[in-house]
Design a protein around this ligand. Sequence first.
Ligand code: KDG
Ligand code: MG
Length: 410
Amino acid sequence: MSTTPKSDTIAAAEVLVTSPGRNFVTLKITTTEGLVGWGDATLNGRELAVASYLRDHVAPLLIGRDPARIEDTWQYLYRGVYWRRGPVTMTSIGAVDMALWDIKGKTTGQPVYQLLGGAVRDRILTYTHATGWDLPQLLESVDARREEGFRAVRAQSGVPGLDTVYGVSRSGRGYEPAGRGAAPAEEVWDTDAYLRHAPKVLTAVRDHVGPELKLLHDAHHRLTPGQAARLGRALEDVDLFWLEDVTPAENQQVLRHVRQHTTVPLAIGEVFNTVWECQSLITEQLIDFVRTCVSHAGGISHLRRIAALAEIWQIRLGPHGPSDVSPVALAASLHVGLATPNFAIQEYMGYEPLVHEVFGHAWSYADGHLHPGDRPGLGVEVDETLAARFPYEPAYLPVARRRDGSMTDW
Ligand code: KDG
Ligand code: MG
């Protein structure tokens, strides 16, 4: 039975593209009763493709539909479309799904986590990023994160002999994953140099912080299975919370080899878009944490499905949360996190102050943890007037080439 009055239907679905320091795509769904739901549709470096998918192919289909029928709308946009799956499609469906959950929360006067069964925990453990070009700078960055209260920190460092490393600024300051400009910056990457260096740096970080701080590290998909197995073994004494994205996303069976050689906990999935891409990694227990993001993997409804499959296999969720996942999606992820038993940790890279102004939110950070807040719906309201002052600017993640000029994997 519908929770909204029969007369309430979707009256408008608009796409906002704004760039308050970086690009965000946001879906706004308005009902005939005047309720507004927000969804994040940001796909880093491919923002306008999702904006067009939503504007040109999804918004017209939403008009007149019952906003309460979230699952039916998900099925309609997924099963009803011949060209299913893929990041553009799934990010678009995710935005619609989030916006409809937001509306259902506002209709019922409940925060979304209550509609998902209520809280199973009081707050959500979060990890943030520490970066340093060299070891002293990295330790300083880790200490600064600890002073902010974080109990889990992802540590990334420079590599001797390379001029740039993705995600690590030479100044020691934070980074923005996408650089502005008409084309991606090009970096030179050397996996052998990285493999010689990373275990030494991470061991030194563990020695510095002691046993309790949870340490994480991201290999950004750049290793072969053999290299991944060697790195995992070399890091076993560091006692990582997880080692992330060791090998490229497509060839999942290679993780069997990695698993046979190391017990280092593996986290994968930030570039996956459906439960089907997670299926063998989960059912063969080839990973410990699934990283699918609420915005890129079909929204709240689909992330819950991934969580349900993972729960059976004792695999936990640690969703993606860099600065290119907007505060709307972060809110959605936190509502899922509060209500989902096998949700382990939420990545929280943080945002520039202007982003917090454009996306006013009920979620809050304190003492190494996040909470979605108790406002009805997702608890995020977008300042459209402020957003309109920052039009889209082309921006891309960098690409990396090996020393011989050939492309590496992302
Ligand atoms: O758009 C993806 C990037 O933000 C990427 O750097 C994120 O690897 C990432 C992470 O773990 O946050
Ligand atoms: Mg990552």
